[in-house]
Every structure is written in structure tokens, then in C-alpha cells.
Design a protein. Structure first.
Length: 243
């Protein structure tokens, strides 16, 4: 029986033709994984938001709405668990400089072994130090077959946002240089607006860097507190055993 299901490319093409969604900055080369909503798309998005709000906020007595900022005091993210939950053990390919999650490399290696020895193995139970030892003892390498660095806990929450701002700043700077060579006089006001955008993005990048520093300090304080509690617990147990 012939498959009549539309392909993803056909759906995307239809959305473009009908004004639902477009790739961001398409006429200037585009921006990866970013899209803008057209007239019908923005209305559809609003309808979905309104329906969600009606079902989960308006119709319930135990729920209220909240529209908060994304950039908050670093202590907020520590208290909410985002600092601990959104940090991944990452390793670097020493040759290609590509970055991988250490737990994913270990999982792939264990699955390839197909051995009963690892039937009860759970990589999530390993600490970052134990992951590093496991990788070293078993000679686990990157997908490209290269040696990898020691795993380190990296904050993903703001690293991705930081890379996005860096890319946008570079893209706008290249765009400004291209425009300046062709029609500076005719579009001077437009260029001034773009320059302001670049400055705003650079300020956002600076804010993200400051947040990363604060989050790292907060995480170090949290780790120090946990280490102190562990030492107190060990001393208490040792004292009990001695008694």
C-alpha cells in the first residue's frame, strides 16, 4: 500500500507558503534552528497559548499564572535545583576538540560489550571522578576514536545561551561589514540600529558571563557544604563504631 503520509519537507514547505513559519533571517543567510512565526503562525501560537491558559489556569482554583524573567539572581537557580540538574559531566576529544557527555560515552561502550557483567550497571550512580576512572580503566575513546580529557561538571543552562549570543554578535558584525561596503550613505540610519543591536547582544553576553561566574561560585559553596556534612557524618559513624 502506498504511503500517503506527508514528509517533513512537505510540511515545512506548506507552512512557508501559507505564512505559518519561516526560517529566521532567511534572506540574509538564515540562523540555524531558529524560526519566525508568520501571520497565521502567530495567530495559531496565540490560540494554543490561550487554550493552555484556559485549561490549566482559568479552570483551576489551585493554579495561578506567573510571567517571570529568565535571567534571575544566581541563588534562585541554586534553590530551584537548576544548578545541579542542568550540569553535565563533559569530556573533550583531545584531537578534534569536540565535546561529549561522559555518561553517554560510557553507556554506548557498555551496550557494545553485551556482557552480563554490566547487567546491573547504572551510569547515573557514578560520580564525575568515578566516570573518569571508568573511562581511563576501560580505554573508552570518543566516537572519532581519539583520547578524551578528564570529565568535568559543566553548567549547560547558560553555556548554550552564551554560545548563541556569541554567534549572533559575530553574525551581525559580518553583516554590518558587508552592508558598509555597499550602501552606507543610503542606509545610515539602518546601520545605526544594527549597531545598537550588536551592543545589546554584547551586553547580554556580558551578563551571561557574570551569571556563569556567580553560578560556579554558588556551586562551589554548595559542594563545600555537602563535603562538610559528609565529613561530620563520617566522624559521627566512626565515633559510634568506636563506642
Amino acid at each position: 500500500m502506498q504511503n500517503t503520509q506527508p514528509t517533513l519537507d512537505e510540511i515545512v514547505s506548506l507552512c512557508k507558503r501559507r505564512g505559518y513559519v519561516y526560517p529566521t533571517s532567511a534572506i540574509y543567510g538564515g540562523l540555524a534552528n531558529s524560526y519566525d512565526y508568520g501571520p497565521l503562525g502567530s495567530q495559531l501560537l496565540k490560540n494554543i497559548k490561550d487554550l493552555w491558559w484556559k485549561e490549566f489556569i482559568s479552570k483551576r482554583n489551585d493554579m495561578v499564572g506567573l510571567d517571570s524573567q529568565i535571567l534571575l539572581n544566581p541563588e534562585t537557580w541554586v534553590a530551584s535545583g537548576h544548578v545541579g540538574s542542568f550540569s553535565d559531566p563533559l569530556v573533550d576529544d583531545l584531537k578534534s576538540k569536540k565535546r561529549y557527555r561522559a555518561d553517554h560515552l560510557i553507556e554506548d561502550w557498555v551496550n557494545k560489550q553485551n556482557s552480563e557483567k554490566f547487567s546491573d550497571f547504572v551510569v547515573e550512580n557514578l560520580s564525575v571522578e568515578e566516570m573518569g576512572k571508568f573511562i581511563k580503566d576501560n580505554g573508552i575513546k570518543s566516537p572519532d576514536g581519539n583520547e578524551v580529557s578528564e570529565p568535568k561538571q559543566q553548567l549547560v543552562l547558560y553555556q548554550e545561551k552564551k554560545q548563541k549570543y556569541i554567534y549572533e554578535v559575530k553574525l551581525l558584525k559580518v553583516f554590518l561589514v558587508t552592508l558598509s561596503k555597499s550602501w552606507i550613505q543610503a542606509e545610515s540610519n539602518f546601520l545605526l540600529v544594527l549597531v545598537k543591536w550588536v551592543r545589546v547582544l554584547e551586553m547580554k553576553l556580558l551578563q551571561v558571563n557574570l551569571y556563569l561566574e556567580h553560578l560556579n561560585l554558588s556551586k562551589q559553596k554548595l559542594n563545600s557544604s555537602l563535603t562538610l556534612k559528609q565529613r561530620i557524618g563520617r566522624n559521627y559513624l566512626n565515633h559510634g563504631k568506636t563506642a
